[in-house]
Design a protein around this ligand. Structure first.
Ligand code: DAH
Length: 346
């Protein structure tokens, strides 16, 4: 029977075509081609009316079987294509859980705080403790008990912000000396006090209306200027480098007698003279001296029993020298391009 041959051909052609199908669209087209109303199976069925009953039965059964088998094949292919689409999508959405996470931006310790932490470390190593005092201070502690009575000309150097005639933003960390002496009541003292101070200065490359100091006070029996020099030389060697020298120049502070200004040998020219040290080979970094008898007496210490020294380090000054920073305003303008340079990488 020719029809049977045709059927077999249709079946094998369809199976072959199905293998080539790549997407659902194509599948739909092929399905219509083979199983549609105008397809070969439909026309074979239509041509059956002229056959014998026996032949009709035989061909009808065969046709239906092939139709069913083709339908199953098309269905299987459709599932296969759909699975492929889902798999592709899943693949494109896969997350590699072994990839390292994104690095989130982190902050760093401000360069001034880094200096304060280094100062604290090194002075704690020498037996000092860290004291603190308020930034809103009384005139009495900031000036009077430091031998700067009202109207004293040396107050001019530290004009500050007054809240009222008796309260002000401290212009120096020295009032913490007074507070500590009053608290210790005649006992020996060995403290440093880092903190913020304020002055009515116009901001420029070397002045800021708010800056930081680190005060030091050591009181005890038989303390001399040699001890002061040792405490400062040690600090300079640790903060800068071992080859640095210091120089003590006579100066005046109302709260110390004798008073000195302390210079460090210039790290850029090694002391030979260069623009940074204005050709002197030395750079001023702090004020210091032996605590004035009046200051001791006013806070309950007997100068015949106990003496000592004090110093006031400029934190900005040291940080600027250490990192070759030429404008103090950099510390206070919060420019991340500046600050990020001082971040320790983790
Ligand atoms: N308080 C002084 C200032 O701000 C610095 C200073 C000088 C502090 C001598 C001291 C000192 O303790 O003994 O200029």
């Amino acid at each position: 029977m020719d029809e049977i041959k045709m059927l077999e051909e249709v079946e094998s052609n369809a199976a072959h075509d199905l293998e080539e199908v790549k997407d659902l669209n194509e599948l739909q087209q092929k399905k219509a081609l083979y199983l549609g109303k105008k397809g070969p199976l439909a026309s074979i069925m239509a041509s059956m009316k002229n056959l014998t009953v026996e032949a009709k039965k035989e061909l009808g059964m065969r046709t239906n079987k092939i139709k069913a088998s083709l339908e199953a094949k098309f269905e299987a292919k459709r599932k296969q294509i759909e699975d492929m689409i889902v798999n592709k999508k899943l693949e494109s959405e896969t997350i590699d859980v072994t990839l390292p996470g994104y690095k989130l931006p982190t902050g760093g310790i401000h360069p001034l705080n880094q200096t304060v932490m280094e100062l604290e470390d090194l002075y704690i190593g020498m037996g000092y403790t860290v004291a603190e005092g308020p930034e809103i201070e009384t005139d009495e502690f900031c000036f009077e008990k430091l031998n700067l009575p009202k109207g004293h000309p040396a107050r001019d150097m530290q004009d500050t912000f007054y809240i009222n005639p008796e309260l002000l933003l401290r212009s120096q960390t020295s009032p913490v000396q007074v507070r500590t002496m009053l608290k210790e009541n005649g006992k020996p003292i060995k403290i440093i006090c880092p903190g913020k101070v304020y002055r009515r200065d116009a901001d420029d490359a070397t002045h800021s209306h708010q800056f930081m100091q680190c005060e030091g006070l050591v009181l005890g029996k038989n303390i001399t200027m040699a001890d002061l020099k040792g405490a400062l030389l040690e600090m300079v060697k640790k903060m800068f480098d071992e080859d640095r020298k210091i120089r003590l120049r006579p100066s005046f502070f109302p709260f110390t007698e004798p008073s000195v200004e302390v210079d460090v040998s210039c790290g850029i020219c090694g002391g030979k003279g260069c623009p940074t040290c204005k050709n002197t080979g030395w750079i001023e970094i702090l004020g210091a001296g032996m605590v004035n008898d009046n200051v001791l007496r006013m806070s309950g210490y007997d100068p015949k029993e106990i003496q000592g020294f004090a110093f006031g380090i400029g934190v900005e000054r040291i940080t600027m020298l250490k990192h070759k920073i030429d404008d103090i305003r950099n510390f206070y303008t919060n420019d991340l391009r500046f600050l990020n340079q001082f971040k320790e990488e983790k």
